[in-house]
Structure formats: C-alpha cells, structure tokens
Design a protein around this ligand. Sequence first.
Ligand SMILES: [Zn+2]
Length: 464
Amino acid sequence: MARISFYGAAETVTGSKYLVEAGNARVMVDYGAFQGLKSLRELNWNRPAFDPKSLDAIVLTHAHIDHIGLLPRLVNQGYKGPVYGTPPTVELAALMLLDSAHINESDAAYANRKGYSKHHPALPLFDTRDVHHTLRLMKAIRRDAWFEVAPPIWIRYHDAGHLLGSAMIEMEIREGPKPLRILFSGDVGRYGAPLYFDPTPPPPCDYLVCESTYGDRDHPEGDLLDALAEVVRRVIGRGGVMVMAAFAVGRAQQLIYLLEVLMAERRIPEIKIFLDSPMAVDATELFCKYSDDHDLSEGKLPGRACAINGPHLTLIRTTEHSKLLNQIGGPAVIVSSSGMMTQGRILHHLRHRLPDRRNTIILGGFQAAGTRGRQLEERAKFIRLHHQDVPVRAAIEKIPGMSGHADRGELLKWLAPLPAPRHAFLTHGEKPAADALAETLRRERNWNVAIPRLGQTYELLSPS
Ligand SMILES: [Zn+2]
C-alpha cells in the first residue's frame, strides 16, 4: 500500500515536504524551510519524524527556499541519496542554499556576539559545508521525459511557469496492473505573466497535491506594465528612490525586465536600476544562460543577448558598493532582497529610505504573516530594524499582479481540464485560503478534498 505524509506546507505556505512511500521506496518531494512566524521557523529545528538515511531520493519542484531550504540540514542528519531537479533548479539551488547558509552563519555569530540566543553557543541551522555536501548529491533531469527515481516510483517534470526551472511533478507508482498517479502542482505560475510561460495543463491523476497560496483571492485586474509605469512615474515625480523588495531569484529579474520593456517603449523616462544582492546578480546571469526557459515575447528590446541585463542596470556585489547606494538621490530604483524583508541588504536600504516621504517602498509578492513585509502591507507606523524602531514615512505600494503565484481564478483555470482525482490534497496555503479553495472544488467540481495537517499520513489506493 502506497502512502503520502505531509511534513510541511500543511495549513501554511512554507516548509513544503511530502513523503511518498511505495513498495520499498521512500521518496521525498521538496524539502523546504518554514518561514514567517517564529512558531513556524522553530519547526526547522525539530528532528524529522523519519530517519533521513531511510530516504531513497528527493525530487524538487523548484529552487525557492520554502521548497529546498532544509536540504543541507537533512544531509547533515545523514541523508546521502540523490536530489533531483531540472537543470536550472539545480544551479539556482546552489545559489539559494549558499546564501541561506551564509545568513544562518551570520545570524548565529551575531546572536553570540550580542548574547541574544537562548542557546550557548547559538548554532546555525546548517552551514556552508553542509551546503557543499548537499550540492554534490544534486542531479539534473530534464522536463517532459519519464525518469525512474527509485523503483517503483517514476516521475516526469512539466513547466509550472512559476520560476526559472520550476516544475510540477507527475509521479507514477508502477507496481500494479495500472500505475498509481500522483500529481504535485508545486507552485503554479500565472497566465500571461511576463518572462514565464503559462503553467502546463495538468495531466490526469488519481491523487492531486495542489498549492492554495491564493485560494481565497484574485489578484487585482489590470495590466502589470500599466501599473508599474504608473508607480514609476509617481516615484520620478517625487524625485525619490524606489526600493523594491524582491525575491533575489525570479521577482528581481522580472521587475528589471519589465522596467527595460517600459523604457524601450518610452512609456517611462530612463531611470537607473541598481540590483543590490550578490545572489540576485548570480541569478540574473543564470536567467541569461537559460533564456530558452523564458517567454521574452513581451520585450520589444532590440537585439540583445539577454533582455534582463540591459544598459540601465548596475549589478552590485560588494557590501562597500551597496553602502555607497545610500548616497544616491532619486530618481532611481534599488532592487534588493529578501522579498519579505526578513533579512539581507534590503534592511539597510529600508532603514535609510523609510523615514523620507519622497521615497517609495514596493512590496513585491506574497508577504507571510510575521514578516516586515506584512507589517508594511498592514500600514505599520514603525518597523523594527536592527533593534531600532524606524518610522514609516515613505509611500508603500504594491504592484498588482507582481505575484509569482496563480490566484484563485487562475488555479481554477489550471484545474479546469483535470478529470476528478480520487482525492485532492490542498497544501501550501494559510488555512482560510486552503479552506476557500476546498469549498469551491467541492461545490463546483464535486471533488473529494482534504487539507492535510502537519504530520498527517494518507493511504493511497491503487486504481483497479
Ligand atoms: Zn515558489
């Protein structure tokens, strides 16, 4: 009897980890970190409910930290098997995990210096060495071809349109007369999103594991380019600096691409863009390397090898160079990370730019509960930065449609051609979002839908 267990992204949007057991095989789908609220982040420290050495393989949907961020810890705990992803996912994962190790190490060092931690000494969740051990286990497999992960479990990747390299996973357990089919949506991208292809229509399945980040909401209507043009024109009018908190991988490149398109079409004046994040700089180079993975049809950008790395863009790697940005007056755009403002260089830009009314802070995507991004979204008057309350006087704006996730309507559109699975599991959504989508699927499609709780296991029946 095959089984699936939900060890993360259960009634929450982060920490994706789903264990599939069939025959003698145990395969983990994603191994993400919990992010956001402290109560969630603390889960990252728990010992896994299974023996890491007992896993045969790990398959990744994409390289976001909430899908891969605990891999180095698992390797440190004894996992030695292969970790599969698409070629761009494998390369992006190296950037993301090295960056994450670095942040973990410096947080621990800072806590030790200042005596903040309950633990003595404070230790990082994992370190750079663990990441290097993890990267040695990573293997690239291409999309659209079947691959035997661990007999009897096979997978096939399909483009999810959510991030460079992102994929949904079609899984088959080939033991009975008919394969048992499980479809993992991964994170589903948007339709018509600049830079990304539309998500692949879902192949038929017996069981569906589907994300529900925006299961209760539609993104605002309207054209992304129009909305961005309007925001940029306002920033230029005020003479301020626009600080864009963007996920270093994906969102930052999408924003830069859109700004270049707007400038090429003369819909906004020329404006300098500073990409301030070493990881974002590396990721931009990967986006250029894998430009076939992208839909660049939006950009009427004349004959350039890579539409993202254009003439208005300055790539900033060093801390010294980053600090020099404090001296820059507007109008200018600073793109920095992290996207939810939990860490990274964005913090020093916020501290410097938030108190000035001429500036604008752009929230780039989903802001999880407990993050500074969520506080700004909820119009906080002050936010806490480096143990100081910093007044929020800059304008806070969201660019509608900048999300990498399908909204309610797009999830339903994506699911529309799918024949009823025996059972659908909704994950990767806060409870109200998952509940709302479950209700819609029960009412409109008459589907069997469950929202798994953390640690819950379900038996999977073979098709007769
Ligand atoms: Zn994602």
